[in-house]
Design a binder for this molecule. Structure first.
Ligand code: ATP
Length: 456
């Protein structure tokens, strides 16, 4: 870490907020938890869905050159022979001869057990794929693996997609879904989980053009994060050196993020060359090629792969959004999420629990719920309710007070500036839609009508 390290938040604060507010819980917590597995609570599941949704929208739906796919987690065992995962998806492990704990050899500083100081065995290769059995008989012939990456589902469907979509190079196939890795070094909250979700694109290009597409995807992916609110100075590239490259990769650059524990991989962009298609062609005996109309030749495309989990961006978005500011004698905690990521878009807050205020508030709530994730909160003072919404990153609160009953206007209060405007109930939905889409909070389309702005 250099002296110029930008500010970063404490992991403890993020973990505690996630627990307290129902974003993330340890898996099977009532049984003491299961190491490196996590459950997403009511807010966490919305956040996670939003991350996947914005990725899918930007990477698949808004592009002409990428199509989606959803393949099964269990695949033919030969897939993992061809892909090299049976041989190469390993970590060297050592075991302590006294306490029998296992350690990743690469992570050890000394040559004795970090836990009890005991003597360690020689390193042994440990495969990180989870193994299970298919069908009723638990023998070698029934062994299958939980996929350690979603990419292979894409490669084995290359010809299916090509035949059914008639895509021309360059084009990509995207997939998101669960992956499993029996990680040895775990920790850092959801950063390294044993069960996680991946969002991967295999972008097929003409051989010889992969370097330029590689640069294109690096930039495209960084822009995606920045557009969603990650500070550019919290991202940087790390090039893998030759010894470090995965067995399939000709070049890999990690997009690193400044996590609370330091710079670490958020996403990887790899040039996989024609390794995967060639391997599967040779192991399956099927031709996995593309007919190039220009040269009238069958070619094996090369692949550029931007690959990311869902959990690491979730953690990065949480950390980058986290903010604290003085609030009288207290501290206001705010998650300044990009609107598209915020788990709850609007909170409806009636000033009192008395009729007919409640009826008006419930009506507004029912209308807004048809459009967005909306929360109704009528407990405690409005000030406290604003703080509760700030802490979970809700961009807008709608307050209904006694004056609303008379003038049919409600207050919209904005999370970041804490500015407030009053709008007619009839304009509420349109106003929120415009604001959530990123338009200036205080200018209403159409006609640019300006509403009165007040501070909270
Ligand atoms: P690391 O070096 O941190 O173990 P990796 O290089 O093995 O990661 P890749 O195989 O390149 O990771 O996987 C692509 C992406 O999938 C990563 O950039 C990360 O976002 C995500 N990912 C990989 N392993 C995990 C994990 N155990 N938990 C959560 N996300 C993961």
């Amino acid at each position: 870490m250099t002296g110029n390290t930008p500010d970063r938040v404490d992991m403890e604060k993020i973990v505690s907020l996630c627990r307290r507010r129902g974003f993330i819980f340890p898996s099977s917590e009532i049984y003491g938890g299961l190491s490196s597995c996590w459950d997403y609570g009511p807010l966490g599941v919305e956040l996670k869905r939003n991350v996947k949704e914005v990725w899918w929208r930007a990477m698949v739906q808004e592009r002409d050159d990428v199509v989606g796919l959803d393949t099964s987690i269990l695949m033919h065992p030969r897939v993992w022979e061809a892909s090299g995962h049976l041989e190469g998806f390993t970590d060297p492990l050592v075991e302590c001869k006294s306490c029998h704990q296992r350690w990743k050899a690469d992570d050890l500083e000394g040559d004795s057990c970090p836990s009890c100081g005991g003597e360690l065995t020689e390193p042994r290769q440990f495969n990180m794929m989870f193994k299970t059995f298919m069908g009723p008989v638990e023998d070698d012939a029934a062994v299958v693996y939980l996929r350690p990456e979603t990419a292979q589902g894409i490669f084995v469907n290359f010809q299916n997609v090509l035949n059914t979509t008639r895509k021309r190079l360059p084009f990509g196939i995207a997939q998101m879904g669960k992956s499993f890795r029996n990680e040895i070094t775990t920790g850092n909250f959801i950063f390294r989980s044993r069960e996680f979700e991946q969002m991967e694109i295999e972008y097929f290009v003409k051989p010889g053009t992969e370097e330029e597409w590689f640069d294109y995807w690096l930039e495209e992916r960084v822009n995606w994060y920045v557009k969603l609110g990650i500070k550019r100075e919290h991202l940087r590239f790390r090039e893998h050196d030759k010894e470090e490259l995965s067995h399939y990769s000709r070049r890999t650059v990690d997009i690193n993020y400044l996590f609370p524990m330091g710079w670490a991989e958020l996403e990887g962009v790899a040039n996989r060359g024609d390794f995967d298609l060639s391997q599967h062609a040779s192991f399956s005996g099927k031709e996995l090629t593309y007919f190039d109309e220009e040269t009238k030749e069958h070619i094996v495309p090369c692949v550029v792969e931007p690959s990311v989990g869902v959990e690491r961006p979730v953690l990065a978005f949480l950390c980058d959004a986290y903010d604290e500011e003085p609030d009288k004698d207290d501290i206001r905690v705010v998650l300044r999420f990009h609107h598209d990521l915020a788990p709850v878009k609007v909170a409806v807050l009636p000033l009192s629990r008395r009729e007919p205020l409640v009826e008006m508030a419930k009506d507004a709530y029912a209308g807004l719920r048809k459009c967005w994730t909306v929360m109704y909160d009528d407990a405690q003072s409005v000030g406290r309710r604003y703080r509760r919404q700030d802490e979970i990153g809700t961009p807008f609160c709608v307050t209904i007070d006694f004056q609303s009953l008379e003038d049919n206007q409600v207050t919209i209060r904005e999370r970041d500036s804490m500015n407030q405007i009053r709008v007619p109930v009839s304009e509420l939905q349109n106003t929120l839609a415009a604001k959530l889409a990123g338009e200036d909070l205080f200018v209403l389309p159409p006609g640019g009508q300006v509403w009165k702005v007040e501070k909270e």
